[in-house]
Design a protein around this ligand. Structure first.
Ligand code: ADP
Ligand code: MG
Length: 238
């Protein structure tokens, strides 16, 4: 069974249609990247999957469950926000444990899950620090830690590296690849950066004005781009 299925999904903002009939199946554990130029609908599609944006038409299935009308909190997905979404007055430990505390879990269970996340993300040494005393990369890992503790069905990322400088971006790209290996979790990742897409993805979904221009592995897209738009965007020699 696919982890996530989109069936003829559409999004309208008033009279304007920004997602135009998207069909897609994402397998469990797959790393799928939505790529395309600014304004093509990547964030809108991701936000619809997360439930942060209503789906105008079509269906979103999580496993075999119709989640189209479910609120974000019921979907069991983790939207990883950029590192600036951390609480500045809280320690790393409290930032990572915050969703569990809000959910009312007992302290011992929170500690166990937070320690586990810290181990996976190599945050053990920083647990008592405040976000301001961390590097950009460490903050990003704390933001990811906050979503790991809830054991989500899938992780959703919207341009998580766009605010980082070039060197850190390369480092974090590697960190995210490692994280995907370690967790073996489904990841859906939005970027307008072709290099990021080509290096991280199992499959790339190229969006063009709210439609899927092509879906395939990085290699398939590079070697057999479906059209000139894909070829130019991916940088293949068609
Ligand atoms: P991307 O993430 O690929 O840059 P978006 O999903 O943010 O693109 O936007 C897709 C299109 O939808 C754009 O034309 C954008 O202006 C429009 N859009 C996004 N959010 C809204 C909104 N809340 N109301 C009206 N139009 C919107
Ligand atoms: Mg966007």
């Amino acid at each position: 069974m696919p982890s996530l299925t989109l069936k003829a999904v559409e999004k309208w903002f008033g009279e304007v249609q920004v997602i135009k009939g998207v069909d897609l199946e994402i397998e469990e554990g797959e790393f799928v990247i939505f790529v395309g130029p600014s304004g093509c609908g990547k964030s809108t599609l991701l936000r619809m999957i997360a439930g942060l944006e209503e789906t105008s038409r079509g269906q979103i299935l999580i496993g075999d469950r119709d989640a189209t009308a479910e609120p974000p909190s019921r979907r069991g997905l983790a939207m990883v926000f950029q590192s600036y979404a951390l609480y500045p007055h809280m320690s790393v430990r409290d930032n990572v444990g915050f969703p569990l505390k809000s959910a009312g879990l007992p302290p011992a269970e929170i500690k166990e899950k937070v320690d586990e996340a810290a181990r996976v993300l190599k945050l053990d040494a920083y647990m008592d620090r405040r976000p301001k005393d961390l590097s950009g990369g460490q903050r990003q890992r704390v933001a990811i830690g906050r979503s790991i503790v809830r054991d989500p069905t899938a992780f959703l990322f919207d341009e998580p590296l766009s605010n980082l400088d070039a060197a850190l971006r390369v480092e974090m790209r590697y960190e995210i690849a490692k994280l995907h290996q370690t967790l073996a979790a489904t990841m859906i990742y939005v970027t307008h950066d072709q290099v990021e897409a080509m290096t991280l993805a199992d499959r790339i979904v190229v969006l063009e004005f709210g439609r899927i221009a092509q879906v395939g592995t990085p290699r398939e897209l590079y070697e057999r781009p479906a059209n000139l738009f894909v070829a130019q965007f991916i940088g293949s020699p068609k």
